[in-house]
Design a protein around this ligand. Structure first.
Ligand SMILES: Nc1nc2c(ncn2[C@@H]2O[C@H](COP(=O)(O)OP(=O)(O)OP(=O)(O)O)[C@@H](O)[C@H]2O)c(=O)[nH]1
Ligand SMILES: [Mg+2]
Length: 441
């Protein structure tokens, strides 16, 4: 998948790289080809339109990173926007407050539900968890047998009843059994139909309503292109999905489904299937797929390095401000933005082996929302106010609170925090805190 797209983008960018300066026309010519390449790859036309508009606007913006060539800047923007349409950062499974966590797999016939149920169970087992599989596809005995065989092969318990049972009660019984066996995950394989029909949708929607699973994941065959996207839209509208699993990403389809489905449905891709075997399964990483599509790993590493030196330069500037005690709210904001670039703290922790279990126990989003609030308040100030917060009287504070959707109390709190930081900075700058500053470095 993606070979053709990757080749086309590669040739566009190598032509762009041969030019020293880029005019607006150069960028437009290049983007016209990018647009065609995406459409030929069967990416949804609206997704392509927004993507191109976004890349164009950002490419024409002032050159922020002086250490990059113009072509590198365009590649950087394309890479970032690709990551964005693929969903940004990897999306984790939600766990129930009290285990077992129920995961329901739904999808059209032959999309890979049963295979994927086994793959997901093995994935969790390899991570040291205890999963259980549930055969809730009762259309035919063979469907149950298929899951039992897979479970046996992987040494994972499978809960089954006979075909006369109802999916909801089987799953309820399975949850009870999982508690007895201390299984933390219950993965239900449900029945699919050839096409979306009311009977299937009603069955699935009923299961979702009555069992309230932590995850309702739609398994879609990436080889089916825009049909997969349409199916996802319908499932999401009637059932309410928490995530997508794209199967058969090892096939030779053009990749349009993968590139459109998140943007069109708003539902994140959580995993991908990349083969028939039980271990041919991966957590979906938007950044890795984007760099694979761009097919220029080396170039992207180079760009990353250049960005890092840019960050280092701004850190140095900040340090000098700290030394001279002239920190202002603009700097404060700059630091917040840098932190946000790295993504939420818990997500960073998830990627570090050993820290992921701690990260899962941390409250998510709390810090992010705080940061966003602070950011909104600072952005509601005029540049003068940011440089000289002492001029912020009552009426200015009220205006800022209104402008940022916060309260005067929030603004007061921010200013107090900032003042304390500033005081500390002044102390450090005056020499008494030099040791501390060195320690912070
Ligand atoms: N190449 C490849 N084949 C896959 C992948 N996932 C599933 N398959 C194959 O797709 C076919 C259908 O998979 P199933 O898991 O039986 O699909 P299902 O959705 O459970 O089908 P029904 O129960 O009939 O609705 C099988 O031959 C699988 O081996 C994948 O990621 N890559
Ligand atoms: Mg099946």
């Amino acid at each position: 998948m993606f070979e053709v797209l990757s080749q086309k983008l590669g040739s566009v960018f190598s032509r762009l790289s041969s030019k020293g300066r880029l005019t607006e026309k150069d960028i437009d010519d290049a983007l016209r080809e990018v647009r065609l390449a995406l459409l030929e790859a069967d990416v949804n036309f609206k997704v392509v339109k927004d993507f191109i508009a976004q890349v164009r606007e950002r490419s024409l913006e002032a050159q922020v990173f002086e250490s990059l060539t113009p072509a590198q800047q365009v590649i950087k923007v394309v890479n970032e926007e690709l990551i964005a349409i693929l969903g940004g950062s990897p999306s984790q499974l939600t766990q129930a407050g009290h285990p077992p966590t129920m995961v329901m797999l739904v999808g059209l016939q032959g999309s890979g539900k049963t295979t994927t149920a086994a793959k997901l169970a093995l994935h969790l087992k390899s991570a040291g968890q205890r999963p259980m599989l549930v055969a809730a596809d009762l259309r035919r005995p063979a469907a149950i047998e298929q899951l039992v065989v897979l479970g046996n092969q992987l040494d994972i318990p499978v809960y089954r009843e006979d075909v006369s049972s109802k999916p909801v009660s089987i799953c309820a019984h399975a949850l009870k059994k999982a508690r007895e066996l201390a299984c933390a995950w219950v993965i239900a394989d449900t029945g699919g139909r050839l096409h979306i029909d009311e009977a299937m949708m009603e069955e699935v929607a009923k299961m979702k309503r009555e069992l309230k699973p932590s995850e309702a994941l739609l398994v879609v065959d990436a080889m089916t292109g825009q049909d997969a996207v349409r199916a996802a839209e319908e499932f999401h509208a009637t059932v309410g999905l928490t995530g997508l699993i794209l199967t058969k990403m090892d096939g030779d389809a053009r990749g349009g489904a993968a590139l459109s489905i998140k943007s069109v449905t708003g539902v994140p891709i959580k995993f991908i299937g990349i083969g028939e075997k039980a271990d041919a399964f991966e957590i979906f990483h938007p950044d890795r797929l984007a760099s694979r599509i761009l097919g220029m790993g080396d170039m992207l590493t180079l760009i990353e390095k250049a960005e890092k030196t840019f960050d280092e330069e701004s850190t140095k500037k900040l340090e000098s401000k700290l030394r001279h005690g002239t920190l202002d709210l603009e700097d404060f904001l700059g630091q917040l933005e840098q932190m946000q670039k790295m993504g939420p703290l818990t997500q960073l922790m998830e990627m570090v082996p050993g820290l992921s279990s701690i990260a899962r126990r941390l409250p998510t989003e709390v810090d992010d929302s705080k940061i966003k609030k602070i950011e909104a308040m600072i952005l509601s100030m005029t540049p003068e106010e940011r440089r000289n917060p002492d001029i912020l009287d009552g009426s200015r504070r009220r205006r800022i609170a209104r402008g940022s959707g916060t309260t005067s109390q929030d603004v007061n709190q921010l200013l107090n925090q900032f003042r304390q930081t500033q005081k500390l900075v002044k102390q450090m700058a005056s020499g008494r805190g030099k040791g501390l500053l060195d320690m912070l470095r």
